[in-house]
Design a protein around this ligand. Structure first.
Ligand SMILES: Cc1cc2nc3c(=O)[nH]c(=O)nc-3n(C[C@H](O)[C@H](O)[C@H](O)COP(=O)(O)OP(=O)(O)OC[C@H]3O[C@@H](n4cnc5c(N)ncnc54)[C@H](O)[C@@H]3O)c2cc1C
Ligand SMILES: Cc1cc2nc3c(=O)[nH]c(=O)nc-3n(C[C@H](O)[C@H](O)[C@H](O)COP(=O)(O)O)c2cc1C
Length: 767
């Protein structure tokens, strides 16, 4: 094949090499606008896996590259006058210039024609003479942008400003240096890539950037200013830029996240940064470019594939890898964009949060990297959790947590889950066993299902209630059992279904009206949940008084039962949530319009409940932190204001759920998918929060808690099939001090022994 590679970066050169290695008969020309030896940037970081891939693909260039790698293990985080060092991270890096030099030499040796100082124009008719034109022309690809529709280009320009500099100061560790200034925080990511040279990327928010006047400075002035700001890390070494050689490049940039729906159009194929970018803070752009090149060369040389099938396979495999990395990169990008959310943390927790920001590195992962450091974090966590009383080194999920006078034994909670199994609202033997068993299972706090304050406030005829003496007696039996037989605390979740009421049992059709016996429903406005649901009656002032009083009466009954805590359910589109979300609240009175008005009634109810509940016992509120409806609905930003408003009325904990407020919601699911909302409410609102949503491994729980993304973690579905989730986690993590019913102690220690043996056997196999 006759192939033109536009761009002599890592992608273009490595593709040319990989093609020639597979079939020397290919005619390949690489066109590069810069002269050899001139490039932007300084060092690039690799992973062990990338090294394996390039070694398998071309041992010759891999040997030179790996022979010149700079290695380092530690990460130093400089923050508020402290340096937090953790080890075992195992980085390898090389100068970008040197990497390209090795690849250029290897390409020449294999017969690739390199044409430097050749600016290519996508409109030039000469590209038609080539079988394939590989657009490896980087993030600002002209060949891609000449035809954005064909490639389905999606570009997201990120908020922060950064400049990629170098220095002769040699950093022994991968260094993050955070500086607080009169214009806000500014920080550097620095690492060594050669015996005498380090990369030094400076990043800050746009406000800070303008505050410093970087927008008005020349490149040299900017560099000098950065040098002064970070002088104490540079030991007299200067910062330098090499961007000045490049056509049209500015010193300060905004990172552009690029995605393309299609990676090929006509004879043009996108490769590397032209097709996708991954934020520099996870250091994977070059890895992706090299691995793209290997895969593309592979499929193009497979005789069993047509060109079309080859390109389909190229994109299918590579885009999956890119998606995973872009997801991690997005978390990492957002962490730096919202840095000020975490600057109130103590340095140790700040460093932990930084290290786990992309969610690729978890608590146990950190233990593997540097056990001693992780144990320092665990000790710190326990000390804080116990006001200095405990010196324990143990997983954060087992640390106690105090809300008013209630102390939970550990931080795992059984999330509220409707069981749809009551008759006339009365919990029965099913509930007795269900809640009793979950309390025995070791969770620190067990929530009841949404228990309704009136018959009309039920979601379905099977919902539990709290409006008469039968309910009090039945719930009291459950609460007494929990208190007598476990260390768990039990929280009563109270709610009213609003417009989502009068529907079938959960497993007979969610939100589907009853076949017969429907009762009239009310809501903030006359907006039905869906076309098949009833049109609710907008609440009158009299309705509001009545329902508020029902909530207060239910709180008093909850007290009679001996509950430790009350939660108000103001999420998921039910009555109180219908006031909060603009998608359901269309009122024109003082309860509709801006968020402040929409919150008025839910806050009134909460305040009245708080007054009826003893001041030494805590209360929480469950909110939907997003309607999953973009700017048309509740946003995570609103969620902080909502959390703050309830906290002002005496809420001790915000239970941060999401969605179910709108039938057309567009949720983005995944592991721990709602935890970022809890993180935001907790750290912007400075409130205690509980995270929920697809948290299912002990490692998830520990990572969330240690990073300060929540104070408690709630698990719903995992507890349906495993009431003993917490005890199992204790066995898995070899944590001995968990409270276990004495009747079950034998089982727990046997499980712990078996799991330990299995782990040791697996480790021996790995060795
Ligand atoms: C601040 C920063 C830090 C980074 N750190 C890392 C890191 O640590 N590790 C890592 O793996 N990646 C890192 N990256 C990303 C990495 O630089 C890119 O992902 C990688 O360079 C992609 O390779 P590429 O060949 O696709 O594109 P590029 O390296 O951008 O190469 C494109 C080439 O095409 C040439 N070109 C463009 N247009 C034309 C034209 N019209 N005619 C002729 N030639 C043209 C350019 O001059 C350039 O040489 C970082 C990026 C940034 C911005
Ligand atoms: C069967 C079932 C019933 C639920 N009922 C309630 C409820 O009564 N009140 C509530 O606030 N959330 C309820 N939820 C939502 C859960 O509390 C939780 O937020 C959600 O399932 C996500 O957590 P998970 O991924 O751990 O399951 C219910 C979830 C399930 C699976």
């Amino acid at each position: 094949m006759k192939i033109a590679c536009i761009g002599g970066g890592a992608a273009g050169l490595y593709f040319a090499i990989s093609m020639k290695l597979r079939d020397p008969a290919h005619e390949i020309e690489v066109f590069e606008r810069n002269p050899p030896g001139v490039t932007f940037g300084w060092g690039v970081v690799f992973s062990d896996l990338t090294v394996e891939n390039i070694t398998a693909n071309d041992p010759v260039s891999a040997e030179i590259i790996t022979g010149e790698f700079a290695h380092w293990d530690d990460i130093d985080v400089h923050f508020k006058g402290e340096t937090i060092t953790s080890g075992g991270h195992g980085f390898i890096g090389i100068g970008r210039k040197r990497l390209l030099e090795v690849l250029q030499n290897r390409a020449r040796e294999l017969g690739v024609v390199l044409r430097f100082e050749t600016e290519c124009d996508a409109g030039d008719s000469k590209w038609r003479d080539y079988d394939l034109v590989i657009a490896a022309d980087g993030a600002n690809s002209r060949f891609r942008d000449a035809n954005p529709q064909a490639f389905g280009v999606d570009i997201d320009v990120r908020r922060n400003k950064f400049v990629w500099l170098g220095t002769s100061k040699v950093f022994d560790a991968f260094t993050f240096a955070f500086e607080e200034t009169e214009h806000g925080w500014i920080w550097a990511h620095a690492y060594r890539f050669a015996p005498d040279c380090s990369t030094f990327i400076v990043e800050c928010s746009e406000d800070t950037w303008r505050g410093f006047g970087f927008d008005k400075m020349s490149q040299d002035e900017s560099i000098a200013a950065c040098g002064r700001l970070f002088a104490r890390y540079l030991d007299g070494h200067e910062l330098q830029s090499n961007a000045s050689h490049l056509v049209g490049s500015a010193a300060w940039l905004n990172f552009r996240r690029i995605k393309c729906e299609r990676w090929a159009s006509g004879n043009v194929i996108l490769l590397g940064d032209a097709a996708h970018t991954a934020h520099f803070s996870i250091g994977s752009g070059t890895k992706l470019a090299l691995e793209d090149a290997i895969k593309l060369a592979d499929v193009l040389n497979r005789r069993d594939l047509s060109l079309e099938a080859a390109l389909d396979e190229y994109q299918a495999e590579r885009s999956l890898e890119v998606l995973k990395l872009q997801n991690s990169a997005r978390n990492s990008t957002e962490w730096f964009e919202t840095l000020e959310r975490y600057t109130h943390f103590e340095p140790l927790q700040f460093a932990y949060s930084l290290l786990t920001r992309s969610q690729r590195i978890s608590h146990e992962n950190l233990r593997l990297r540097d056990r001693e450091w992780l144990e320092t974090v665990e000790r710190w966590f326990w000390k804080r959790a116990t006001d200095g009383r405990s010196n324990k080194t143990a997983p954060p999920m087992f640390a106690p947590f105090r809300l008013r006078e209630m102390e939970v034994e550990n931080r795992v909670t059984v999330s509220p889950m409707a069981m749809y199994s009551a008759v006339d609202g009365v919990p029965n033997d099913f509930h007795f066993v269900h809640y009793g068993e979950r309390a025995l299972g070791g969770a620190g706090l067990v929530f009841t299902e949404m228990t309704c304050v009136s018959p009309e406030g039920r979601i379905s005829p099977g919902c539990t209630g709290m409006w008469n003496a039968d309910h009090v007696a039945a719930w009291k039996r459950i609460v007494d059992f929990v208190h007598a037989n476990s260390k768990a605390k039990i929280c009563l979740q109270l709610g009213h279904s609003g417009g989502k009421g009068s529907t079938r049992l959960g497993w007979e059709g969610n939100d589907v009206p009853l076949d017969e016996g429907n009762w009239p429903v009310m809501s903030a406005s006359d907006v039905p949940w869906s076309p098949v649901n009833q049109v609710p009656n907008p609440m009158t002032r009299a309705d509001m008084d009545m329902v508020r009083n029902q909530f207060v009466a239910a709180v008093r009954m909850g007290l009679e039962c001996g509950f430790d805590m009350i939660e108000l359910h103001a999420a998921h589109g039910y009555l109180l949530s219908s006031f909060i979300t603009p998608l359901q609240n269309k009122r024109t009175d003082e309860f509709g319009g801006p968020l402040e008005n929409r919150l008025r009634y839910p806050l009134e109810v909460f305040a009245a409940m708080r007054e009826a509940w003893p001041s030494d016992r805590p209360m929480s509120v469950r909110i939907s932190a997003t309607d999953w409806a973009g700017e048309n609905g509740i946003t995570p930003e609103d969620a902080v204001l909502i959390g703050e408003a309830f906290a002002q009325e005496g809420a001790d904990l915000i239970d941060v759920s999401a969605g179910q407020t709108w039938a057309e919601q567009q949720p983005v699911y995944g592991r721990m998918f709602q935890t970022p909302f809890s993180d935001r409410v907790r750290n912007e609102g400075k409130l205690a929060t509980m995270a929920v949503g697809n948290i299912y491994e002990p490692d998830h729980a520990n990572s969330i808690l240690a990073a300060g993304r929540a104070d408690l973690v709630a698990l719903a579905r995992p507890h349906l099939v495993d009431p003993f989730w917490t005890l199992r986690a204790a066995a898995q993590l070899d944590y001995r001090d968990v409270h276990c019913p004495p009747q079950y102690l034998n089982g727990l220690s046997q499980l712990a022994r078996n799991l330990k043996r299995e782990a040791e056997a697996a480790a021996a196999l790995r060795v």
